[in-house]
Design a binder for this molecule. Structure first.
Ligand code: FEO
Ligand code: CA
Ligand code: CA
Ligand code: CA
Length: 657
């Protein structure tokens, strides 16, 4: 819940908080600098006056009704091959796989695609999307940089072949350039149309062949030394970049998730410690899923036993500085990272949350040693190199603890195979096992709500929960064979995100609301939209939670989508569907501009599961190949996404006339 001193944040004009930057995500740091009175006039913050926060402000003023700020007509679930949004909204395609980024980039030609051309074009399977305004430090909502993760490739859709292992070397090298990270300058014109600025000076691709600096406790570690770099200070390539997070200092922390799919032949390693690690991280004994090691020896564990230690990290990129070499931040631990959300807590202490997205894996957070310095970008870029990594233990009574993964503490000693903090970072999963962390149902995105400061964890699903030989249900993961997933709400002790204790409660148990095992924060189930497999989440300026899904086609038999739900007031739990996607595509991003009048969504892997030439969708062009794309959704009248029509009176919004 908001503290009374937060109210100044909404009432002054313009707002510059004396503790500017504290208690803020990147988006809210920017939003903080907006002129609040203008937003209130426009109706954007109308609900706050009537929210629990507003009640405190009014102290004694009777509040006639409640407005959560959401005023769109929810759409119905769909299986149509088109993007559906509520009446009054428009969809545009901003960036598609293959779109040229540089002045000399070739136009997309699926029949002539080469590694060289792909390295200058927008990549495949866009997941995370971050909007970073231009210039740096502004709240510009019409011009900025899109920072995008390109998680993986679908060779069977990109090429006329049956699957990844049928790729020849040239096709494999296209895929290596199609993954990683992109920085793309985008500009909105007078008509509200977003376009890529081809040749923009910040435009840049990082891929599976780029070089990265290793920083933190694993830098120079014996287990990081490779034939290419015997010093263990650099690595080649980023891939499997799934979710990510913007930092308040304008960089992006990108999460390397399913890196195990890129390494092959772990059977070639005899050392017991390495065998233990490779087993725990799922590095295959035989060939990898993608088969890249056929053309790259550094991905063949027989050739490079330390290879798998190069990935599974959080990577820091600086979209505003194309000359800055990105860093693999090993202090944050090695696992299948999903999400990397930074938050500036009390005393300017920086905290980062990350989930390990596999069945029965853990939720982590990292607390930086040094404070955030709003005016020292250079110092902030090194913040996540020193601090304490914690893993979450949830108790059934609603309490929880953050357990430190610190070498020498508890079982994290030489006797258990941990010689130093570098070992703890490299084998973070094993360290977390030893501490007795809580096995969760695939934690995906984790975000801090900038309005109520609570932490929301999307557990997407876990069909093995409670099955034979696997962990049974508990209050945190309450369903056997959990197909639909759930969302947990955490309140750090004293709203201090560096705290080692927390309280948690179940916010939502997803599924078709006619299923009595679903739960929508106590809201009337007959009045909510069906939802399954929550994945990426974000918040609007009023603190409403927005959820993108990944997997509804399998579980609810309709397409993935984008949903909004208030987390405060009488409408807490009133989930409504805002958007429906195209066949066989998950919805990612999501990302609002600072003024919340545009939302960017990533349409990932359209037509996945179909074969080349028999595509289930040809999104977005209706011809050629399906192309993963970033879209923008805006209202025709430029209103805030999900908000009231421009010019609507407050009385009408509250249903008083
Ligand atoms: Fe790439 Fe966990 O989703
Ligand atoms: Ca995801
Ligand atoms: Ca997110
Ligand atoms: Ca997912």
């Amino acid at each position: 819940m908001g503290r009374p001193d937060d109210l100044a944040y909404y009432d002054s004009d313009p707002v510059v908080r004396s503790d500017e930057g504290v208690g803020e995500t990147f988006a809210s740091v920017l939003a903080n600098r907006l002129t609040r009175r203008g937003l209130i006039k426009s109706g954007l913050l109308a609900g706050l006056a009537a929210s629990p926060l507003g009640r405190i402000a009014a102290s004694g003023t009777r509040v006639p009704a409640f407005d959560d700020g959401l005023h769109f007509s929810p759409i119905q679930p769909s299986t149509e091959d088109r993007i559906i949004v509520p009446q009054g909204y428009r969809v545009q395609v901003v960036a598609r796989w293959g779109d040229p980024l540089h002045a000399n980039s070739p136009a997309f030609d699926p029949n002539q695609q080469s590694a060289e051309s792909q390295s200058k074009q927008f990549g495949y399977n866009n997941d995370f999307v971050g909007f970073l305004p231009l210039p740096f430090g502004s709240t510009n909502s019409k011009h900025g940089l899109l920072a995008v993760n390109h998680e993986y490739t679908n060779p069977e859709l990109m090429f006329p072949i049956e699957g990844p292992k049928a790729m020849n070397e040239a096709q494999t090298r296209v895929c290596m350039e199609a993954e990683g990270f992109a920085v793309v300058e985008v500009l909105m014109d007078e008509r509200g149309e977003w376009k890529i600025v081809q040749g923009g000076r910040f435009n840049k691709r990082y891929s599976a062949t780029s070089e990265f600096e290793i920083t933190g406790p694993a830098r120079g570690h014996t287990r990081m030394r490779t034939k290419r770099d015997p010093e263990g200070r650099s690595a080649i390539g980023t891939f499997a970049n799934c979710a990510a997070g913007k930092t308040p200092w304008g960089t992006v922390l990108s999460a390397e998730e399913n890196f195990q799919d890129y390494y092959g032949h772990a059977s070639g390693v005899e050392d017991p410690k390495e065998k233990r690690g490779n087993t725990r991280y799922g590095i295959p004994e035989g060939a990898s899923s993608y088969g890249w090691e056929r053309f790259r020896q550094d991905l063949d564990v027989r050739h490079e036993p330390n290879g798998p230690h190069m990935h599974g990290w959080v990577v820091e990129f600086d979209p505003y500085d194309p000359t800055w070499k990105p860093r693999k931040r090993t202090a944050l631990g090695r696992f299948r990272h999903e999400a990397a959300t930074t938050y500036v807590s009390k005393n300017r202490r920086v905290v980062m949350y990350s989930g390990d997205d596999s069945r029965f894996e853990y939720v982590y957070k990292f607390v930086c040693d040094k404070p955030y310095q709003p005016d020292n970008r250079e110092a902030n870029r090194g913040l996540v190199d020193s601090g304490v990594l914690y893993v979450a233990k949830f108790n059934e009574d609603g309490s929880g603890e953050w357990l430190p993964l610190v070498h020498g503490h508890g079982p994290l000693t030489e006797a258990n195979g941990f010689s130093d903090q570098g070992d703890v970072a490299i084998d973070a999963r094993i360290a977390a096992d030893l501490l007795g962390a809580t096995k969760m149902d695939r934690p995906e995105d984790i975000e801090v709500n900038p309005v109520n400061q609570r932490v929301y964890i999307a557990c997407t699903n876990n069909v093995q929960r409670g099955t034979e030989g696997r962990a049974t249900t508990d209050k945190m993961n309450p369903r056997v064979e959990n197909k639909h997933g759930h969302i947990i709400e955490v309140r750090e002790e004293g709203d201090d995100h560096t705290a080692t204790k927390f309280q948690w409660e179940m916010f939502m148990v997803c599924g078709d609301p006619s299923d009595p095992s679903t739960y929508f924060a106590g809201y009337d189930r007959s009045k909510v939209s069906p939802i399954s497999c929550p994945d990426n989440i974000c918040f609007d300026l009023q603190g409403n939670l927005w959820i993108a899904t990944d997997g509804q086609t399998n579980t609810l038999k309709h397409h993935d989508g984008f949903f909004a739900v208030p987390v405060e007031g009488p409408n807490r739990g009133r989930l409504q569907q805002f958007m429906s996607s195209v066949p066989d595509a998950e919805v990612c991003g999501p990302e609002f501009t600072p003024d919340c009048t545009t939302v960017f969504l990533a349409i990932q892997h359209p037509a996945e599961g179909s074969q080349h030439g028999k595509f289930t969708t040809l999104f977005p062009d209706g011809k050629g190949l399906p192309r993963p794309s970033v879209i923008a959704i805006r209202a025709e009248d430029g209103r805030v996404i999900g908000g009231p029509p421009k010019g609507a009176s407050r009385r009408s919004l509250l249903g008083l006339q």
